[in-house]
Design a protein around this ligand. Structure first.
Ligand code: GTP
Ligand code: MG
Length: 203
């Protein structure tokens, strides 16, 4: 898919105030600092469309971007960021979960996992939550440039093996690097296909 336009629409903490347009929407979620905002910039070929930072906790709101005037990308705050107060974390978790429960135009959720890390409880629990709420998701392994080919494969194989303890079938997964652009074509192709499938269903 060719990216012709990518525009920031709005930020908010309340899903009820999010754009009403019923166009396909794709959300990016995962631990703080996993690379959600960077991946959005990489996909859109833009440096600063989504705000990134070396420090976790940069994205704090639900951010809508409209792509090619046809679909939304949503940059969300990370979960599992230990440095914010417990009260603030609870508010975060509440509005993130609300977003997933309420957003009917959500076509697919991308759960980002740092490819260097072993499976973590918080990510597995989040996928469980998506499953229980019938929210389709893919896994996106990030920061692949930080591992060599052999250890990257080893990590990903081990991750999938762990997932098969909880899931009958593996979700679709992508291996990406926002630094090198790895995975960009496959990722955009997938979104294009889902957009097409949705359009065909409405014909
Ligand atoms: P929050 O908004 O805090 O939840 O974080 P986030 O998941 O949006 O992460 P962000 O995109 O801000 O990236 C966090 C840090 O990781 C930044 O310093 C990025 O430069 C770095 N980073 C992100 N993706 C990659 C990648 O693919 N490769 C490398 N080497 N660094 C990356
Ligand atoms: Mg972010």
């Amino acid at each position: 898919m060719k990216i012709k336009s990518a525009e920031f629409i709005m930020s908010n903490s309340n899903v009820n105030k999010a754009p009403k347009e019923a166009i396909p929407e794709y959300a990016f979620i995962g631990r703080s600092n996993v690379g959600k905002s960077s991946l959005i910039n990489m996909l859109m070929n833009r440096k600063d469309l989504a705000k990134t930072s070396g420090k976790p906790g940069k994205t704090q709101l639900i951010n809508h971007f409209k792509i090619n005037n046809e679909w939304f990308l949503v940059d969300l705050p990370g979960y599992g960021y230990a440095q914010v107060s417990k009260k603030k974390r609870t508010i975060f978790q509440h509005f993130i979960k609300n977003y997933f429960k309420e957003r009917e135009q959500l076509a697919c959720t991308f759960v980002l996992i740092d490819s260097r890390h072993d499976p973590q409880k918080i990510d597995l629990e989040f996928m469980q939550f998506l499953g229980e709420n019938n929210i389709p998701f893919c896994i996106v392994f990030t920061k692949a440039d930080k591992l060599g080919g052999a250890s990257l494969n080893k990590q990903i194989t081990a991750y999938k093996k762990e997932l098969l303890k909880y899931w009958e079938a593996l979700p679709l997964s992508f291996i990406t690097s926002s630094s090198t652009g790895m995975g960009r074509d496959e990722f955009l192709k997938f979104i294009e296909q889902v957009n097409q499938d949705i359009a065909n269903n409405f014909k």
